[in-house]
Design a protein around this ligand. Sequence first.
Ligand SMILES: [Zn+2]
Ligand SMILES: [Zn+2]
Length: 344
Amino acid sequence: MMQAYLLNASGPIPENGTPLIFSKVHKPIPGAGEILLRVLACGVCHTELDEIEGRTAPPTYPIIPGHQVVGVVCRSGDNADRFNNGERVGVAWIYSSCGVCDCCLRGLENLCKKFRATGRDENGGYAEYMVVPQDFAYRIPESFTDSEAAPLLCGGAIGYRSLKLCNMIDGDTLALTGFGASAHIVLQLAVALYPKSRVLVFARSEAQRSFAKNIGAYWAGNIGELPPLVPQSIIDTTPAWSPILESLKILAPGGRLVINAIRKEDRDLFMLQKLDYTRHLWLEKEVKSVANITRDDVSEFLLLADKLKIRPTVTEYSFTSANSALSDLKYTKSTGAKVLVMNR
Ligand SMILES: [Zn+2]
Ligand SMILES: [Zn+2]
């Protein structure tokens, strides 16, 4: 048996609520091509809030959430010989894809209709152990601690995908709208990859704005403020619609807005009535969403983060504090990334 957090139903998370139930469940057994991990750390992500509160495709209940998992291989199933026992590996949001559809064959396995998400469609890392197909696990570079590596597997990797979709060249100005776990990694990545570029950050909280300036933003202001430079690329990570209009307003001609959000809230949907073709879209402005991640995104990003010495800012929680970590994520405008650590 093992200890794990179970999500049994979706619904709003009240402050200090306990949406996840700490339970004893059977320890999973790796099947053919799979490996069993003893979990060392698991990141806490906004997508978990979306999942618990019912804004994503519903999971198969009960489900163990968690999709930024760092663990050590402790058993391999039949035909699984990619890793040795004792190796430290990571698991990301992509748990599996079909491998044979048009999307998969074109390198877009993130868009596969049979895409299965870790911690939503298959049990994830809010547990002592988890099982994953060996082909969907990644070696973790030694330079990262367990808790530093966890947020690289989601916020970092999807941030990297968002940045790739921007098609930036060195010297372009990049703007980030919203400044959570993903954006704070993208900022460091952009500064390292494009030394001539400047990064603007739009965030509602003063703490997030000063944090952004401390880790390399050229300028930080509130959403709706006029920045000192015109961005060729913007990455939006907010759940709202109004930042989309504000972003399109300031985007350079021919520029691209990449929306990295699993779902937009309906409460400011009326803002879209203000969408003005001339002001927001004319002059070849582009809008593109980013969905899920591919294995290449994760493995490329882990190597890059190691080489460029990218370090996420992390707040550690003990494994038994998952519900507090989720409540803090929803109710406090904190900076950096939150991670559950097993032996804390
Ligand atoms: Zn995530
Ligand atoms: Zn497929």
